[in-house]
Design a protein around this ligand. Sequence first.
Ligand code: NAD
Length: 256
Amino acid sequence: TLIGKTALVTGSTSGIGLGIAKSLARQGANIILNGFGDAEGPKAEVAALGVKVAYHGADMSKASDIEAMMKFSADTFGGVDILVNNAGIQHVASVEDFPVERWDAIIAINLSSAFHTSRLALPYMQKQNWGRIINVASIHGLVGSAQKSAYVAAKHGIVGLTKVTALENATTGVTCNAICPGWVLTPLVQKQVDAKAAALNISNDEAIKLLLGEKEPSMQFTTPEELGELAVFFCSKAGNNVRGVAWNMDGGWVAQ
Ligand code: NAD
């Protein structure tokens, strides 16, 4: 049980982040949500699970916003016991056409934000001698795909950050691990399905079959709920000595 613990999940107004936040809340953790768009709906979904919930709208591309969010977390719940670095964006283009501003934004949001939250969360975790940092990387932290240079670079980077953070805290009760999902049908992926359907003039279902068929042998999406249960495992007693792993839930993508 995670009763009495506080979990901060970045990018949790949607998709995988919200799924992980709800899984941790089901174990009794109080939750700090973050992300853009409507926050009232996600807040109500988490509160319905019987835990305390707060929200901070920090833009994860800005170190100063992240500092304010970490201070808010400490002021609201005393500190962050479980940090889930999940906020992320995608942009699809070849290297020579990649907009420089998109490259910078993806590196900032998908990689550097996890450095900032981690550096600010670790002192409290080390003092408690208990903490969990869970980085939502991707299968693209382990292998590449054409057209996704910034995303793949950031995700490989966050897998590296995961290993170093795990090693630096290896003799303590603070662990750091990464989760590497294959395809998950969230707004981030629906955009790619829509682009495929439009480009090939095919239906949504046909575009989904093509998308899965290219990479994911199971022909199934992983769900935010399944990823949430993996996060719960990392937070459990059985996860005490799981350190620096990048665990895929990918329908066999990387087994090929
Ligand atoms: P999503 O678009 O549904 O959710 C992204 C969340 O991040 C939203 O809450 C959004 O508001 C927030 N966000 C975006 N930019 C932000 C910023 N600058 N500051 C604060 N919050 C910001 O996407 P998702 O698919 O749930 O993705 C979540 C994570 O999972 C990402 O890191 C993504 O790379 C990773 N991932 C997704 C898939 C997939 O197939 N969907 C696969 C592997 C990894």
